[in-house]
Design a binder for this molecule. Sequence first.
Ligand SMILES: Nc1ncnc2c1ncn2[C@@H]1O[C@H](COP(=O)(O)OP(=O)(O)O)[C@@H](O)[C@H]1O
Ligand SMILES: [Mg+2]
Length: 206
Amino acid sequence: MNNKKFIVIEGIDGAGKSTICSYIIKLLNNLNIHNIIKTHEPGGTPIAEKLRNIIKFAKGEKFSHKTELLLIYAARLQLLDNIIRKNINTNWILSDRYDLSTYAYQIGGRKINKKIILFLQNFINNNIKPDITIYLDVNPLIALQRIQIKMYDRIEKESINFFSRVRKYYLKIAKKDKNIKIIDANYNLKNVKSSVEKIINKLILV
Ligand SMILES: Nc1ncnc2c1ncn2[C@@H]1O[C@H](COP(=O)(O)OP(=O)(O)O)[C@@H](O)[C@H]1O
Ligand SMILES: [Mg+2]
């Protein structure tokens, strides 16, 4: 039964990804699954965490969207080579964001040409696909209200328009891909968790 899976949680800032990742670990532990590597993007290795810090908090000069993109890919390659490729056959992997985020944020949000993303995916040989992606779909107005209590980082400071474009792109891809499960995360956490539990229970049977 313990057939290792690679699970990704996606959604805009404030969708509930961190909360749901913790919940999934609890669910898996309850199912006696303990060999779980929890990671996140951008980040997940010492070098990638340094890049994450720059991506989220750098200031003092113009930060071009292309620089942001390249740093995200540099961080992803570190994570792929040092964590994901090494553990994919022996451990469950749970990632808070993965490459779907790049499609939604960089193509949908930043309006970077999709061809560039496809080129970079190929360049870093990003051939590992998640077994399942749970996309937490939420209205940006609701999501941003949720994170207002903490300090916004550089990306969270983007406009509602930006997050609406990101959401639209997430939905566009998610609707076409059977490995992406869309959960309505506008609802209260109890409902969201119950949907997640159903997905996980199904996943462990395959
Ligand atoms: N479905 C939900 N309804 C209400 N509040 C939520 C919901 N999901 C998450 N939250 C709360 O919103 C905040 C942001 O959630 P978090 O998991 O950090 O989102 P993300 O990691 O996607 O940015 C947290 O305070 C969390 O408790
Ligand atoms: Mg989070």
